[in-house]
Write a protein that binds this ligand. Structure first.
Ligand code: HEC
Length: 108
């Protein structure tokens, strides 16, 4: 059963890569827990939302400047810096979620 699911996932991968899945991105964003020191305390229940309120993404001096920049610099950047371990497809899904919900950049 597990193996079948894995094969199905492998078969589906090209389709997923072609169009990022914002719903999956939301799940990843909300439910990926990682380890990080927060205010001097080592925690293992950190999520993106631990550091980022929704208003962070819509403030007037936000840093992401385009869809591509959001994906490559910021979502990928925090993924790397926090050792979250998302694959490129997952970074793409989270980007699609953040863009759909907050940034609203035209997709390049
Ligand atoms: C420990 C705190 C922390 C966590 C956890 C964190 N970030 Fe960040 N993030 C930052 C900081 C700080 C910045 C500001 C840029 C910098 O200083 O590198 C930032 C910037 C960003 C930006 C750019 C915002 C803008 O101004 O447009 C995005 C998007 C982002 N993070 C996404 C994420 C995602 C997705 C996750 C979950 C994997 C995440 N962050 C987890 C600290 C965090």
């Amino acid at each position: 059963m597990k193996i079948n699911t894995l094969f199905a996932a492998l078969l589906l991968t090209p389709a997923v890569a072609m169009s990022a899945d914002a719903d999956n991105g939301k799940e990843l964003y909300d439910e990926t827990y990682f380890e990080r020191e927060i205010n001097g305390e080592m925690r293992d229940d950190v999520t993106c939302a631990t550091c980022h309120e929704p208003a962070f993404y819509t403030r007037s001096d936000r840093m992401a400047s385009s869809y591509k920049n959001l994906e490559q610099a910021w979502v990928q950047g925090c993924n790397d810096k926090m050792n979250v371990g998302w694959f490129p497809e997952e970074v793409a899904d989270v980007t699609a979620y953040l863009n759909k919900t907050y940034y609203k950049f035209p997709k390049e």
